[in-house]
Design a protein around this ligand. Structure first.
Ligand SMILES: O=c1[nH]c(=O)n([C@H]2C[C@H](O)[C@@H](COP(=O)(O)O)O2)cc1CO
Ligand SMILES: [Zn+2]
Length: 168
């Protein structure tokens, strides 16, 4: 008989997003993203197309650019950091994202929403929505809803999935 305690597709792809987030050097918020094919994609369904996390652009050193949240505008991370969702879209390397699903650990901002819509992604599954009361999130939700992008908050049925390197 087959195993019964295997993880679901949603648990799998949200876990990949959280694992990608662990690569982030942001000391405050680590965001991870995983883009997978959907039923209307030009590939078989549930295939990982791309991943990404928030970080500075190529050539912009994590040790030279600021990770601060406050201070003069150009002394903070905000003008420089590439969001996880945009990194995942760009990391797809030109593969079609039409009909794809985007898993992300934090609800996308308005700038990422524009890129998500324009790339043809049709569904977003997010975990946290800790900035839901901000103008950026409200603008994002408005655009995504108008564009017909399905929005679903991932509701975990277990607290954690443990990765154990000590296998035989
Ligand atoms: O959608 C997003 N995707 C994403 O990668 N980020 C990144 C940018 C910053 O590095 C960090 C947010 O930083 P903070 O929570 O300290 O303001 O998360 C932020 C958002 C905003 O919702
Ligand atoms: Zn964003």
């Amino acid at each position: 008989m087959k195993r019964q305690d295997y993880i679901s597709w949603d648990e799998y792809f949200m876990s990949i997003s959280l694992l990608a987030a662990q690569r982030s050097k942001d000391p405050n918020t680590q965001v991870g993203c995983c883009i997978v094919s959907g039923k209307d994609s030009p590939y078989p369904e549930n295939v990982i197309i791309s991943t990404g996390y928030n970080g500075f652009p190529y050539g912009c050193s994590d040790d030279e650019f600021p990770w601060d949240r406050t201070g003069a505008p150009n002394a903070t991370k905000y003008p420089f950091v590439v969001h996880s969702e945009l990194n995942a879209i760009l990391n797809a390397g030109g593969k079609s994202l039409v009909g794809a699903k985007l898993y992300v650990s934090l609800f996308p901002c308005n700038e990422c929403a524009k890129a998500i819509i324009q790339s043809g992604i049709k569904e977003i599954v997010y975990l946290s929505n800790k900035y839901k009361d901000t103008d950026a999130t409200k603008a994002s939700e408005r655009m995504l809803t108008s564009a017909g992008v399905k929005l679903t908050q991932f509701k975990p049925t277990k607290d954690k999935i443990v990765l154990d390197f000590n296998i035989e």
